[in-house]
Design a protein around this ligand. Structure first.
Ligand code: 3HC
Length: 300
Protein backbone atom coordinates (compact mmCIF):
# COMPACT_ATOMS: atom_id res chain seq x y z
CA UNK A 1 0.00 0.00 0.00
CA UNK A 2 0.95 3.65 -0.20
CA UNK A 3 1.64 3.70 3.56
CA UNK A 4 4.10 0.80 3.45
CA UNK A 5 5.83 2.42 0.49
CA UNK A 6 6.04 5.69 2.39
CA UNK A 7 7.44 3.99 5.49
CA UNK A 8 9.96 2.14 3.36
CA UNK A 9 11.16 5.38 1.82
CA UNK A 10 11.36 6.81 5.33
CA UNK A 11 13.52 4.01 6.69
CA UNK A 12 15.74 3.98 3.62
CA UNK A 13 16.85 7.53 4.26
CA UNK A 14 19.37 7.11 6.99
CA UNK A 15 21.82 9.22 8.83
CA UNK A 16 25.20 7.82 7.87
CA UNK A 17 27.46 10.70 8.61
CA UNK A 18 27.72 13.33 11.29
CA UNK A 19 29.79 16.33 12.21
CA UNK A 20 30.18 17.28 15.85
CA UNK A 21 30.94 20.85 16.79
CA UNK A 22 32.28 21.28 20.30
CA UNK A 23 34.53 18.77 22.04
CA UNK A 24 33.94 19.30 25.73
CA UNK A 25 32.79 16.44 27.95
CA UNK A 26 29.45 16.12 26.14
CA UNK A 27 30.96 16.59 22.68
CA UNK A 28 33.52 13.86 23.29
CA UNK A 29 30.84 11.49 24.54
CA UNK A 30 28.79 12.17 21.42
CA UNK A 31 31.86 11.71 19.19
CA UNK A 32 32.45 8.35 20.87
CA UNK A 33 28.83 7.27 20.40
CA UNK A 34 28.63 8.12 16.73
CA UNK A 35 32.12 6.83 15.98
CA UNK A 36 30.97 3.47 17.30
CA UNK A 37 27.80 3.30 15.24
CA UNK A 38 28.11 5.51 12.16
CA UNK A 39 30.26 5.27 9.08
CA UNK A 40 31.57 8.80 8.98
CA UNK A 41 32.27 11.13 11.88
CA UNK A 42 33.83 14.50 11.33
CA UNK A 43 34.85 16.85 14.14
CA UNK A 44 34.88 20.61 13.86
CA UNK A 45 37.71 21.85 16.04
CA UNK A 46 38.76 25.30 17.10
CA UNK A 47 42.37 24.24 16.70
CA UNK A 48 43.78 21.09 15.06
CA UNK A 49 46.22 20.85 17.98
CA UNK A 50 43.32 19.64 20.13
CA UNK A 51 42.82 16.53 17.99
CA UNK A 52 45.21 14.27 19.90
CA UNK A 53 43.63 15.02 23.30
CA UNK A 54 40.20 14.36 21.85
CA UNK A 55 41.31 11.02 20.37
CA UNK A 56 42.83 9.89 23.65
CA UNK A 57 39.71 10.89 25.62
CA UNK A 58 37.43 9.16 23.12
CA UNK A 59 39.75 6.12 23.24
CA UNK A 60 39.21 5.94 27.03
CA UNK A 61 35.48 5.53 26.43
CA UNK A 62 36.28 2.48 24.29
CA UNK A 63 38.41 0.85 27.05
CA UNK A 64 35.30 -0.73 28.56
CA UNK A 65 34.66 -2.62 25.32
CA UNK A 66 38.23 -3.90 25.15
CA UNK A 67 38.18 -4.92 28.80
CA UNK A 68 34.89 -6.76 28.40
CA UNK A 69 36.14 -8.30 25.14
CA UNK A 70 33.30 -6.84 23.15
CA UNK A 71 35.81 -5.22 20.82
CA UNK A 72 39.44 -5.84 19.98
CA UNK A 73 42.11 -3.15 20.19
CA UNK A 74 42.39 -3.29 16.39
CA UNK A 75 38.67 -2.66 15.99
CA UNK A 76 38.86 0.34 18.32
CA UNK A 77 41.91 1.71 16.48
CA UNK A 78 40.01 1.42 13.22
CA UNK A 79 37.10 3.42 14.67
CA UNK A 80 39.45 6.08 16.01
CA UNK A 81 41.40 6.35 12.78
CA UNK A 82 38.20 6.91 10.83
CA UNK A 83 37.52 10.17 12.71
CA UNK A 84 38.30 13.19 10.58
CA UNK A 85 38.83 16.81 11.50
CA UNK A 86 38.19 20.27 10.16
CA UNK A 87 38.97 23.67 11.57
CA UNK A 88 37.02 25.69 9.03
CA UNK A 89 33.84 23.78 8.25
CA UNK A 90 35.46 22.00 5.29
CA UNK A 91 34.26 18.71 3.82
CA UNK A 92 30.72 18.92 5.19
CA UNK A 93 28.79 19.00 1.91
CA UNK A 94 27.74 15.32 2.13
CA UNK A 95 27.24 15.07 5.89
CA UNK A 96 23.72 14.14 7.02
CA UNK A 97 23.67 15.55 10.56
CA UNK A 98 25.48 18.34 12.41
CA UNK A 99 25.38 18.15 16.19
CA UNK A 100 26.40 21.27 18.05
CA UNK A 101 27.65 20.89 21.63
CA UNK A 102 29.50 24.18 22.18
CA UNK A 103 29.18 26.65 25.09
CA UNK A 104 25.67 27.63 26.19
CA UNK A 105 25.81 31.00 24.45
CA UNK A 106 23.04 31.80 22.06
CA UNK A 107 25.06 34.06 19.77
CA UNK A 108 27.89 31.57 19.44
CA UNK A 109 25.44 28.82 18.57
CA UNK A 110 23.66 30.92 15.97
CA UNK A 111 27.00 31.86 14.40
CA UNK A 112 27.78 28.13 14.16
CA UNK A 113 24.45 27.29 12.46
CA UNK A 114 24.95 30.08 9.91
CA UNK A 115 28.35 28.64 9.01
CA UNK A 116 26.91 25.14 8.81
CA UNK A 117 24.03 26.18 6.56
CA UNK A 118 26.51 27.77 4.18
CA UNK A 119 28.45 24.58 3.62
CA UNK A 120 26.03 21.70 4.24
CA UNK A 121 23.46 20.24 1.84
CA UNK A 122 19.99 21.74 2.08
CA UNK A 123 18.42 18.62 3.63
CA UNK A 124 21.10 18.16 6.31
CA UNK A 125 19.78 18.08 9.86
CA UNK A 126 21.27 20.57 12.29
CA UNK A 127 20.79 19.90 15.99
CA UNK A 128 21.81 21.38 19.32
CA UNK A 129 22.72 19.59 22.54
CA UNK A 130 21.70 22.68 24.52
CA UNK A 131 20.10 22.06 27.89
CA UNK A 132 18.94 25.59 28.52
CA UNK A 133 18.30 27.64 25.38
CA UNK A 134 14.91 27.59 23.67
CA UNK A 135 15.10 25.41 20.57
CA UNK A 136 12.55 27.56 18.75
CA UNK A 137 14.62 30.67 19.44
CA UNK A 138 17.69 28.95 18.00
CA UNK A 139 15.67 27.64 15.04
CA UNK A 140 14.51 31.13 14.14
CA UNK A 141 18.06 31.99 13.05
CA UNK A 142 18.14 29.28 10.38
CA UNK A 143 17.00 29.33 6.76
CA UNK A 144 15.92 25.68 6.84
CA UNK A 145 14.03 25.63 10.13
CA UNK A 146 12.39 22.32 9.21
CA UNK A 147 15.76 20.57 9.61
CA UNK A 148 16.52 21.86 13.09
CA UNK A 149 15.85 20.30 16.50
CA UNK A 150 17.36 19.76 19.93
CA UNK A 151 19.09 16.44 20.65
CA UNK A 152 19.89 16.48 24.35
CA UNK A 153 22.26 13.85 25.74
CA UNK A 154 22.99 13.18 29.39
CA UNK A 155 26.29 12.91 31.17
CA UNK A 156 28.00 10.40 31.00
CA UNK A 157 26.93 9.91 27.38
CA UNK A 158 28.37 6.39 27.21
CA UNK A 159 26.24 5.13 30.09
CA UNK A 160 23.02 7.16 30.06
CA UNK A 161 20.43 5.53 27.79
CA UNK A 162 17.93 8.40 27.50
CA UNK A 163 18.23 11.13 24.86
CA UNK A 164 15.68 13.95 24.58
CA UNK A 165 14.64 15.00 21.08
CA UNK A 166 13.13 18.47 21.00
CA UNK A 167 11.42 19.43 17.76
CA UNK A 168 9.90 22.85 17.13
CA UNK A 169 6.69 23.64 15.30
CA UNK A 170 8.81 23.85 12.12
CA UNK A 171 10.65 20.51 12.40
CA UNK A 172 9.76 17.99 9.68
CA UNK A 173 8.36 14.70 11.02
CA UNK A 174 10.67 12.79 8.71
CA UNK A 175 13.71 14.40 10.35
CA UNK A 176 12.49 13.47 13.82
CA UNK A 177 12.08 9.87 12.65
CA UNK A 178 15.53 9.77 11.11
CA UNK A 179 17.11 10.99 14.34
CA UNK A 180 15.03 8.60 16.42
CA UNK A 181 16.08 5.63 14.28
CA UNK A 182 19.73 6.61 14.42
CA UNK A 183 19.70 6.94 18.20
CA UNK A 184 17.96 3.59 18.60
CA UNK A 185 20.57 2.00 16.36
CA UNK A 186 23.24 3.54 18.57
CA UNK A 187 21.67 1.82 21.58
CA UNK A 188 19.98 4.91 23.04
CA UNK A 189 16.42 5.44 24.17
CA UNK A 190 15.10 8.57 22.45
CA UNK A 191 12.09 10.43 23.77
CA UNK A 192 10.40 13.35 22.03
CA UNK A 193 9.71 16.17 24.49
CA UNK A 194 8.34 19.71 24.40
CA UNK A 195 10.44 22.82 23.95
CA UNK A 196 10.28 24.34 27.42
CA UNK A 197 12.94 25.38 29.91
CA UNK A 198 14.61 22.22 31.24
CA UNK A 199 12.74 20.04 28.73
CA UNK A 200 11.68 17.03 30.77
CA UNK A 201 14.56 15.51 32.70
CA UNK A 202 16.19 18.69 34.00
CA UNK A 203 12.83 19.98 35.19
CA UNK A 204 12.73 17.03 37.53
CA UNK A 205 16.43 16.69 38.25
CA UNK A 206 17.16 20.30 39.23
CA UNK A 207 14.55 20.60 42.01
CA UNK A 208 16.01 17.34 43.39
CA UNK A 209 19.56 18.78 43.40
CA UNK A 210 18.38 22.11 44.79
CA UNK A 211 16.39 20.50 47.56
CA UNK A 212 19.48 18.55 48.64
CA UNK A 213 21.24 21.93 48.86
CA UNK A 214 18.46 23.37 51.01
CA UNK A 215 18.61 20.38 53.36
CA UNK A 216 22.37 20.84 53.62
CA UNK A 217 21.78 24.49 54.54
CA UNK A 218 19.45 23.32 57.32
CA UNK A 219 22.34 21.55 58.99
CA UNK A 220 22.74 18.08 57.48
CA UNK A 221 25.93 16.95 55.77
CA UNK A 222 26.95 15.97 52.27
CA UNK A 223 27.97 12.38 52.92
CA UNK A 224 24.82 11.54 54.87
CA UNK A 225 22.44 12.94 52.25
CA UNK A 226 24.33 11.20 49.43
CA UNK A 227 24.37 7.90 51.31
CA UNK A 228 20.68 8.04 52.16
CA UNK A 229 19.68 8.74 48.57
CA UNK A 230 21.90 5.89 47.36
CA UNK A 231 20.34 3.58 49.92
CA UNK A 232 16.97 4.75 48.68
CA UNK A 233 17.96 3.49 45.23
CA UNK A 234 19.33 6.44 43.28
CA UNK A 235 22.48 5.49 41.33
CA UNK A 236 24.36 8.45 42.82
CA UNK A 237 23.67 10.83 45.67
CA UNK A 238 22.67 14.39 44.68
CA UNK A 239 26.00 15.99 45.62
CA UNK A 240 28.08 13.40 43.76
CA UNK A 241 25.79 13.98 40.80
CA UNK A 242 26.13 17.77 40.98
CA UNK A 243 29.92 17.38 41.09
CA UNK A 244 29.81 15.03 38.10
CA UNK A 245 27.55 17.26 36.00
CA UNK A 246 29.59 20.34 36.99
CA UNK A 247 28.44 23.03 39.42
CA UNK A 248 28.74 25.66 36.67
CA UNK A 249 26.40 23.73 34.38
CA UNK A 250 24.04 22.89 37.25
CA UNK A 251 23.91 26.50 38.38
CA UNK A 252 23.35 27.75 34.84
CA UNK A 253 20.43 25.36 34.26
CA UNK A 254 19.04 26.15 37.74
CA UNK A 255 19.09 29.87 36.90
CA UNK A 256 17.19 29.33 33.64
CA UNK A 257 14.60 27.18 35.42
CA UNK A 258 14.22 29.72 38.22
CA UNK A 259 13.61 32.48 35.65
CA UNK A 260 11.01 30.40 33.83
CA UNK A 261 9.15 28.79 36.71
CA UNK A 262 9.79 31.15 39.60
CA UNK A 263 9.71 30.19 43.25
CA UNK A 264 9.00 26.51 42.71
CA UNK A 265 12.44 26.19 41.11
CA UNK A 266 14.27 28.23 43.75
CA UNK A 267 18.05 27.90 43.67
CA UNK A 268 19.76 26.58 46.81
CA UNK A 269 22.10 29.32 48.11
CA UNK A 270 24.93 26.78 48.49
CA UNK A 271 24.87 26.11 44.73
CA UNK A 272 25.35 29.79 43.98
CA UNK A 273 28.08 30.11 46.61
CA UNK A 274 29.98 27.13 45.18
CA UNK A 275 29.67 28.53 41.66
CA UNK A 276 31.00 31.93 42.74
CA UNK A 277 33.91 30.34 44.59
CA UNK A 278 34.66 28.26 41.46
CA UNK A 279 34.06 24.95 43.20
CA UNK A 280 32.97 23.29 39.96
CA UNK A 281 33.07 19.63 40.89
CA UNK A 282 35.03 16.76 39.37
CA UNK A 283 36.28 18.91 36.47
CA UNK A 284 38.47 21.10 38.71
CA UNK A 285 38.82 18.52 41.47
CA UNK A 286 36.88 20.52 44.07
CA UNK A 287 33.16 20.54 44.52
CA UNK A 288 31.01 19.17 47.30
CA UNK A 289 33.83 16.63 47.53
CA UNK A 290 37.57 17.03 47.17
CA UNK A 291 38.92 14.92 44.29
CA UNK A 292 42.55 15.98 44.51
CA UNK A 293 43.78 12.78 46.13
CA UNK A 294 42.85 9.14 45.68
CA UNK A 295 40.55 9.21 48.69
CA UNK A 296 37.54 11.39 47.87
CA UNK A 297 36.56 13.39 50.96
CA UNK A 298 33.73 15.77 51.72
CA UNK A 299 34.60 19.48 51.40
CA UNK A 300 33.83 21.31 54.59
N1 3HC B 1 31.10 2.67 27.70
C1 3HC B 1 29.87 2.28 27.33
N2 3HC B 1 28.99 1.70 28.10
C2 3HC B 1 29.37 1.47 29.36
C3 3HC B 1 30.64 1.81 29.84
C4 3HC B 1 31.51 2.45 28.94
N3 3HC B 1 32.73 2.86 29.31
N4 3HC B 1 30.74 1.44 31.10
C5 3HC B 1 29.58 0.88 31.44
N5 3HC B 1 28.75 0.90 30.38
C6 3HC B 1 27.37 0.43 30.33
C7 3HC B 1 27.19 -0.83 31.12
O1 3HC B 1 27.32 -1.97 30.29
C8 3HC B 1 25.81 -0.69 31.63
O2 3HC B 1 24.91 -1.06 30.60
P1 3HC B 1 23.91 -2.27 30.84
O3 3HC B 1 23.08 -1.84 32.02
O4 3HC B 1 23.16 -2.35 29.55
O5 3HC B 1 24.79 -3.42 31.10
C9 3HC B 1 25.59 0.81 31.82
O6 3HC B 1 26.58 1.43 30.99
C10 3HC B 1 25.75 1.24 33.26
O7 3HC B 1 27.07 0.93 33.63
P2 3HC B 1 27.56 0.61 35.08
O8 3HC B 1 26.77 -0.54 35.63
O9 3HC B 1 29.04 0.55 35.12
O10 3HC B 1 27.13 1.93 35.77
P3 3HC B 1 26.96 2.24 37.27
O11 3HC B 1 26.01 1.34 37.93
O12 3HC B 1 28.31 2.44 37.87
O13 3HC B 1 26.24 3.64 37.10
C11 3HC B 1 25.88 5.73 36.09
C12 3HC B 1 26.90 4.71 36.47
C13 3HC B 1 25.00 5.19 34.99
C14 3HC B 1 26.62 6.98 35.65
C15 3HC B 1 25.02 6.02 37.36
O14 3HC B 1 25.83 6.39 38.41
C16 3HC B 1 24.00 7.10 37.10
O15 3HC B 1 22.98 6.88 36.51
N6 3HC B 1 24.30 8.31 37.62
C17 3HC B 1 23.42 9.45 37.41
C18 3HC B 1 23.83 10.16 36.16
C19 3HC B 1 22.86 11.24 35.79
O16 3HC B 1 21.82 11.44 36.39
N7 3HC B 1 23.21 11.99 34.76
C20 3HC B 1 22.41 13.08 34.29
C21 3HC B 1 23.12 14.32 34.54
S1 3HC B 1 22.21 15.72 34.00
C22 3HC B 1 22.73 16.02 32.45
O17 3HC B 1 23.62 15.44 31.93
C23 3HC B 1 21.95 17.03 31.70
C24 3HC B 1 22.54 18.36 31.63
O18 3HC B 1 21.74 19.10 30.74
C25 3HC B 1 22.64 19.09 32.96
Amino acid sequence: SEKIKKDYIKTKEEINSVVIIGSGVMGKGIIWLFSKYLKEVRIKLRSLENASTIISDVAKLYDFFIKTRKMTKAQVDLKLSSLSYTQNYEGLQNIDLALEAIVEEEEEKIKTYKQLEKVMKKEAIIASNTSSISIEKLASSLNNKENFMGIHFFNPVNKMPLVEIIPTKYTKEENINKVKQTLIKAGKMPIVVGDCAGFLVNRILLPYLNEAGFILGEGSNITTIDRVLKDFGMPMGPFSLADTVGIDIGFHVATILNKSYGERMAIAPILEKMYEKKYLGVKNKKGFYDYSSKKIVENK
